[in-house]
Design a protein around this ligand. Sequence first.
Ligand SMILES: [Zn+2]
Length: 354
Amino acid sequence: MTDTVLFLGAGATKAAQGLLTDEILPALLLAKTSLQAQDPNGRVDALIEFLEQEFHVNASTRKEDYPGLPLLMSLIDTALDRREAFHDRWDSNAMAQLREAIEFGIFDVLEDSLRKAPTSNHYTLFRKLFPGQDCQPCVITTNYDLIADSAMMNVSKGTQGGLPNYHCGIANISQIGPEQRFGTLLKLHGSLNWLLCKTCLRLELGQTESIRYLAILQQIVAHDLKSTFQADGAPCAVCQSKLRPLLVAPSHLKDYRNPHLAQVWYEAQRVMRQAKRVIFIGYSMPDDDVEVVYLVKRGLAHIKDPKQITVVEYCRENPSIAARDHPVGRRYQSLFGGIDWRADGLDQWLNTVP
Ligand SMILES: [Zn+2]
């Protein structure tokens, strides 16, 4: 059992050269030719048309001129929620198709960036913070990419090898016993490789390119994740409905009522309440992330010494900036007091960890 909990945000993915939220839409338009080829139903074409008509961007537009992905998803979700049309070209049905195209695009560009991302700093992070056989990693993450998964499975090879404990009812890996598990990975926003049947709520782990190397996973996982994003997605083993990825897309109408995610959130609360030390890497604690801020604030209420809360940010302009001079530092200070603050990024901070 470990007393340390590691909390990863988008900045941790960035430190592994993964894509940040505001880079996803531009990457999606750059990859449009390959996306169109995989999407015979024309949803990607409709998304490109929607972005051009309604938001005045195309593949040659500068990154900073794009609408934010959370804003775009929120506008679409609001229209769907209210059953209102955006414009007579974009009725509810078209909006639902757009949402699917964005999910498909997010998956594709993240998967592509993950294939190129070195996970070595996450590997070093887990090895240093959780040394030895009896001290398995305990990680909470807001990221749905597979960087932490890959790194944790890699660390597990030092023992007998194993899958992380995800603490949600993933049906097709339920037969894997504790001896083939290693570490705890709590993915608050779901995961790229989790497939959900929206009819019977069966959850499965799907296979993705980036973690195919791990033999243990190879034996277990049957469905090709990518095919579930297409019209003839893999059928649910129980009710034959189409399996869809379970990821809480960056939108303000986030749906945490899913029973599988409720389990993950419960476990995250539990491990935080038992932690003696918590390290936040690249999580900016934004004010509008109310559910996560609430979870963290309650989960860490027992920690009396704020120095047991380490916050690692990356400030390119001034790596030695004080917490009170940085917006992220100020948000943490207002919640916890005089935290252990670092602004020189994951790799620099790791060098100081024995
Ligand atoms: Zn089903």
